[in-house]
Design a protein around this ligand. Structure first.
Ligand code: CP
Length: 335
């Protein structure tokens, strides 16, 4: 596997190996499997978990990481072909990435959506541009359409908790947020739960249902795994029997690039803040998941985040274990 850009870049055998190896690495974290290996981490956008867990994981495997943050000590980068670069960006990816891969054994990149349109978001143009420029292993650390390392960690988290794969009841709920957030995590989460074989409900106001190509990919995964996907705007009905409630905010897909109209659409939806009352009767045992960072008492209330049902810290810790296993797989250090 040269690239890990989407969860589907791992076949079932590879996915099973990563999840099993992650469990073994959690028990025995210090290894030498990446000795003499260098991984370049290019962050076009901010991060806490992804940056820290990649650096810590590479160090724990005996490797070295090089962190580059364009605009913060690293030249600002252009990615579009054919640009007259007479504005902000001082360097083009066309030089930067081939240079970096001369120093490193693998590259990893975070490159969020540009926010200009849904069509552009779905094309994932920065990730595609990066992928076309490198020949060494490339890992997606969250792009416009996917956050596959998060998906791996979330899958392992549910395994850790003995939550059923086939037939487990999983609800991905939209939550309110003061800004229109990207689609990568909800799209990746929906696909991950469907591929896991779960009975998945997308709970969202009609204005914020994910775009059809993302739903189609999740449906196809559900068909292959024996899972299912349905869409609901009825909270009580959707939460009935849920074993997992995964909250995330995202912008209205149809209004990407039109932030004022999108904000108008979100007005009045502030009660989409996950509260303990959501679980009272319909889902008393359900676990609460979120990829973090999360805005307390905006996306989810303290009473949920601070309760035993919340597994958000376990999710974040699992980023470390699954990424270490993934790096071993991609760098040929499979144990
Ligand atoms: N969940 C996640 O990717 O967190 P960061 O944005 O902090 O890396």
């Amino acid at each position: 596997m040269r690239s890990f850009l989407h969860l589907d870049d791992l076949d079932d055998d590879g996915l099973g190996w990563v999840l099993d190896r992650a469990r073994r690495l959690e028990a025995a974290p210090i290894q030498s499997s990446l000795r003499d290996k260098v991984v370049a981490l290019l962050f076009m956008n901010p991060s806490l978990r992804t940056l820290a867990s990649m650096q810590a994981g590479i160090a724990q495997l005996g490797g070295t990481s090089v962190v580059l943050q364009p605009g913060q000590g690293t030249w600002t980068l252009e990615w579009r072909r054919g640009q007259v670069m007479n504005e902000g960006a001082a360097e083009h990816m066309q030089e930067a990435l081939p240079v970096l891969e001369g120093y490193a054994d693998a590259l990893a990149i975070r490159c969020f959506a540009g926010g200009s349109s849904l069509a552009e978001t779905l094309e994932d143009p920065v990730l595609r541009a990066a992928s076309a420029l490198v020949t060494k292993p490339l890992i997606n650390l969250e792009s416009a359409t996917a956050h596959p390392c998060q998906s791996l960690a979330d899958w392992k988290t549910m395994d850790d908790l003995d939550l059923p794969r086939r037939g487990g009841r999983f609800v991905l709920s939209w939550a309110w947020h003061p800004r229109a957030l990207p689609l990568a995590v909800p799209a990746g989460t929906l696909h991950m739960a469907c591929r896991r074989g779960m009975e998945v409900t997308l709970l969202a106001p009609p204005s914020h249902v994910l775009p059809e190509p993302m739903l189609a990919r999740a449906r196809a995964a559900a068909e292959r795994s024996g899972g299912s996907l349905r869409i609901s705007a009825d909270r009580a009905e959707a939460l009935e029997g849920a074993q997992v409630v995964y909250a995330k905010s995202w912008g209205a897909p149809a209004l990407i690039g039109r932030p004022e109209e999108e904000a108008e659409l979100r007005r009045g939806l502030e009660d989409w803040c996950v509260a303990e009352s959501w679980f009272d009767h319909a889902a008393p045992e359900a676990r609460f998941m979120h990829c973090l960072p999360v805005r307390r008492n905006v996306v989810v209330r303290d009473e949920v985040l601070d309760s035993a049902r919340s597994v958000v810290i376990r999710q974040a810790h699992n980023r470390l274990h699954v990424q270490k296993a993934l790096l071993e797989l991609m760098l040929g250090a499979r144990n």
